[in-house]
Design a protein around this ligand. Structure first.
Ligand SMILES: Nc1ncnc2c1ncn2[C@@H]1O[C@H](COP(=O)(O)OP(=O)(O)OP(=O)(O)O)[C@@H](O)[C@H]1O
Length: 391
C-alpha cells in the first residue's frame, strides 16, 4: 500500500487532502497524507516546495482547489480561507527565529499565551515540550546563549507547544553545521515517530537531502515545475525513481537491513561495512554511489571488507564509463551498480552472465537509520518489504 498516494478513507475525515492551484507561480499540486504520517517533499530549486508550505500554513491563498485538514476545509475556491493562526498548523523553518528578549521557556509559552491559555498552564506546557525535545536544561537561557542545534530544538518545541494537527518542517537541518544536524535529526525522529507519548504526528518535511527523507519520512513526493511527478514510500521512490530529479538523487545504491556498530546487516546476514549515522540495531539502509564500486576479474584480496563475488546482469554505456549492474552472491534479491571506466570494462570483458568481484570502498558507504516505525498495531509489511531492484 502506498499511503501517500492512497491514504485510507477515514470516516472522521482525518489527514491532509491537498488539491490546489496557485496560478501566479504555475503550480497545481495534488497530494494527501494519512493521519500520523510524515511526508517528505523533494524537488529541485523553484519546484514549488516553499509555495506548498505557504499554502498549507495559510501565508498564501490558493487561486483554486482546496486544502482540507482532518475534515476541515482550510481553503477552497468558494471563499473559505482559515487564517494561519486558526489552522492548527505548526511551522519549523530553517532558522530558529526566536524572540531575542525572551528566555527559552517564555519563547515556547508565547504561542499558547497568545491563544489565551492562562500563564501557569502555558508555562507548564512549555516545560513539557522542552523536555520532549531535550531542551529543558536551558529553559532559562536567552536565544543568544544557545548553539544552533539547541536553538533549533527550542524552535521545534515552540512549534509543538501549540499542539498542531500538522507540523510543517521547512529544511529544518539546512542551516545547521555538520555537528549539530545529527542531534536535531535524532530529536525530530523521536518527535515525529511518537516516542514522546503524544502519538504519531502528521508532518510535511521539505528537504533537499534524500537521506533525511529516508530517516524521517514514511512517504516522499517529488515536485518538479509546480507538479507532483513522483510519490510513494520513501525507500521505493529513492531506490527506483521514475522522475529525472528522483533519478539524479538516486544514482545511489540502496540496501535495506539492520544497523550494526560498523555497518548494516542485510536480511540475508551479509554485513555491508561503512560509517553508521545513528544507533545500532535499528532498521536502516546502506547507501553508496556506483562510483565507489570497483570491479575485478578475480578476488583482489587485501583488507577490503565489502568484497563480493557477483554475476553481471547488464552493462550500459554511459559516456566515459559503463554502468554495470551485478548481483552479488551474498546479497540475494539486490543489485549493485558500478561505474567502470570504458577501457577497464573492455579489459574485463564484461557481459551479462560474467563472474566478477565487486569491492565497495568502506568510507564511501553511508549507513543510515531509515524511517519511523509503524504506529502500534499497524502492519509493518510495507516497510520491511525488500526494496525493489534498480531500473
Ligand atoms: N515571492 C515570490 N513571488 C513570485 N514568485 C515566486 C516567489 N517565490 C517563489 N516564486 C516562484 O514560484 C516558483 C516556486 O518557487 P518555490 O520557492 O516554491 O520553490 P522551492 O521548491 O521552494 O525552491 P527552493 O528549493 O529554491 O526553495 C518558482 O518559479 C519561483 O521562482
Amino acid at each position: 500500500m502506498n499511503p501517500a498516494a492512497n491514504p485510507p478513507v477515514d470516516p472522521a475525515g482525518g489527514g491532509l487532502e491537498v488539491d490546489v492551484r496557485f496560478a501566479e507561480r504555475d503550480l497545481a499540486l495534488d497530494l494527501s497524507l494519512a493521519p500520523g504520517e510524515v511526508l517528505a517533499v523533494l524537488g529541485p530549486n523553484g519546484a514549488g516546495k516553499s509555495t506548498l508550505l505557504g499554502l498549507l500554513a495559510g501565508s498564501l491563498r490558493p487561486s483554486g482547489g482546496r486544502v482540507v485538514l482532518d475534515g476541515e476545509v482550510l481553503a477552497d475556491d468558494r471563499g473559505t480561507f482559515v487564517p494561519p493562526h486558526r489552522r492548527g498548523v505548526g511551522l519549523l523553518a530553517q532558522d530558529a527565529l526566536l524572540f531575542p528578549h525572551l528566555d527559552v521557556e517564555a519563547n515556547v509559552a508565547f504561542g499558547p499565551r497568545s491563544a489565551g491559555v492562562p500563564r501557569a498552564r502555558a508555562r507548564e506546557r512549555a516545560r513539557r515540550v522542552l523536555a520532549e525535545v531535550g531542551a529543558d536544561p536551558f529553559a532559562r537561557r536567552r536565544p543568544h546563549e544557545l548553539s544552533g542545534g539547541q536553538a533549533q530544538r527550542v524552535a521545534l518545541a515552540r512549534a509543538l507547544a501549540a499542539d498542531p494537527r500538522l507540523l510543517l518542517l521547512d529544511e529544518p537541518l539546512a542551516a545547521l553545521d555538520v555537528a549539530a544536524a545529527p542531534e536535531v535529526r535524532q530529536v525530530l525522529r523521536r518527535v515525529l515517530r511518537g516516542g514522546t507519548g503524544d502519538g504519531r504526528r502528521s508532518a510535511v518535511l521539505v528537504t533537499h537531502d534524500p537521506l533525511d527523507a529516508l530517516a524521517l519520512a514514511d512517504a516522499v513526493v517529488v515536485l518538479e515545475a509546480g507538479r507532483v511527478v513522483e510519490r510513494g514510500p520513501a525507500q521505493q521512490v529513492l531506490a527506483a525513481p521514475r522522475s529525472a530529479f528522483g533519478a539524479r538523487l538516486a544514482g545511489l545504491v540502496l540496501l535495506p537491513g539492520t544497523t550494526t556498530a560498523d555497518g548494516l546487516r542485510t536480511a540475508g546476514g551479509t554485513v555491508v561495512h561503512g560509517p553508521v549515522r545513528g544507533a545500532a540495531g535499528e532498521r536502516g539502509v546502506a547507501l553508496f554511489s556506483p562510483a565507489a564500486v570497483s570491479v575485478h576479474a578475480a578476488d583482489p584480496g587485501g583488507r577490503a571488507r565489502n568484497r563480493w563475488p557477483a554475476t553481471v546482469l547488464d552493462v550500459l554505456p554511459r559516456g566515459e564509463v559503463v554502468r554495470l549492474r551485478a548481483r552479488p552472491d551474498a546479497l540475494p534479491g539486490h543489485d549493485v551498480l558500478a561505474d567502470v571506466p570504458v577501457a577497464a570494462a573492455a579489459a574485463l570483458d564484461l557481459a551479462p552472465g560474467a563472474r566478477v568481484h565487486l569491492v565497495v570502498e568502506e568510507a564511501a558507504v553511508g549507513v543510515h537509520v531509515a524511517g519511523p516505525p509503524s504506529a502500534p498495531g499497524e502492519s509493518d509489511d510495507r516497510r520491511t518489504r525488500p526494496v525493489p531492484g534498480f531500473p
